[in-house]
Each structure stands twice: as structure tokens, then as C-alpha cells.
Design a protein around this ligand. Sequence first.
Ligand code: HPA
Length: 274
Amino acid sequence: MVHPFSHYQQSADLIRSRMGDFTPDIALVLGSGLGFLGDMVEQPVAIPYGDIPHFPRSTAPGHAGRLVLGTLAGKRVAVMQGRMHHYEGWSYEEVSYPVRVLKLIGCETLILTNAAGCVNTAWAPGDIMVISDQIKIFMESPLRGENLAEFGPRFPDMSKMYSPALRALAHESARELGLELREGVYCYFPGPQFETPAEVRLARTLGGDAVGMSTAPEAIVAVHAGMEVLGFSLMTNMGAGILDQPLSGEEVNATAEACREQFSHLVLRCLEKL
Ligand code: HPA
């Protein structure tokens, strides 16, 4: 199904009815390990996804499933504590539905975070990558179907998906924190199975530095709607086949937990500087 523009408006109206005079400027989508940032929001108004008409609900473990509005690092934010994934059964339109709603309630900037498999063999688990560009050649676009011109054009330009200015700000933030920040290409795979070693080699051959099962659809919809996008991947494991050991969701979550302090400091510093 293609949601009509009125659905997005109805979702935005419900959120507005709860947030009073407050309007957010920056939206954050929190991936594995970073969910706790949603609990740090000051003067929070939390809205369960289930309260918002037409909103999909996240079912992935470790994803709370609520929108938190308030102040974080001195900025007015809307935080998605929990995101939807295609592998949960949602269409790409549904996965990225919240991004358009966030745009309607005032967010002009979107910060996307995720846990990812590391494809670049010069890097290691625990490294953080600011996303320079993405590859999403698998399956259809979240923009498939009738174009909603209220958001953007039929054929949107994707030549600078991840804002060069925000990437520079991320590097500056990392320098201030004494943290080594990687930069590279996020290669989307739909999952939920981890990639095969051959698929990880494919990603590398195509120019990918990380592989993951989120972020890319949301970024496409955000760019279509004219939002500025900043993306971070936390490398939670080496991509399949790089090390002679099996991958597991437990390993991903354990690394994400172990690195959450550093990862969150970087995101908060970027927020401060925005
Ligand atoms: N592949 C895809 N998604 C992931 C991975 C991976 O290796 N690690 C964390 N998310």
C-alpha cells in the first residue's frame, strides 16, 4: 500500500496534540546499544508507537518502540527509541514512514545510528564509522509507488545523501573527544540472516566498508524530503568469513553494549555542535 499524505498528517497531528508548544529540530533514530539515549531526554514526552495512527511498531529485541520528545545536549529533539526493519515484515514504505512524520513535526535534520558488520579489514569491532554514502541495490526503494510531491520530487538526487557539512562536524566532534572516527560506505542487506562470506566479499568489491540491515531506507526517504542526514555505524563484529568464527545476535548486542559509552558521547557531542 502507499500511504496517502493524509495519513502522515494524521500521525503528525497526534504527536502535536501531545507535545504542546514544543517543536523538535533534530530527529534521532537509535540503533542497537544506543536506546538508552532516549532515557536521557530532558522534559520528555514519550509516545508509544502504538498510540500514533498508521505508525508501525518495532518488534526487534532491545528496541523500546516509542517516540521521545524533549531536550538532549541542549537541542530540541525527537528520538525514535526503537526502529522498524524490513526483516520484521514491514515494507520499506512502513520502515521509513516515521521519518516523514518527523519531517512534518519540524525536524530538518536526521541522525541515524546502527550496529553493523565490519567489511573493511583494516578496521576492527568497536570502531565507529560516519557514513559517507550507501549502497542499497537489494529489493525495492521505499519511494516505490505514487510519488508524494508534498515531500519531494519523483526522481530525487542522491549524490550527497549524507551531508558533507555534518560529516565534517562529526570528525571535529571525534577529534575533540580524542576518538578515532572511521568514514565509509554502508552497504545494505535485508537480513535477517547475516550475510554469507561471499556476500561480504561482494560488498567489499562494490566499495562497501560496513554491512547492515537498517538505515538505508530511512536515509533515502529523508533525503527525498529535503532533510539533512548524518549516519553512524558501530562495527559490532567483523563481516562473515573474515574471521573463522560464526556470527550471532548475542555478539552484536554484547559489542554494542560494551561500546555504548563512546558511541553515545560522539552522538551527544555532535548534537551540541549542531
Ligand atoms: N551484518 C548485518 N547486519 C549487522 C551485522 C552484520 O554482520 N552486525 C550487526 N548488524
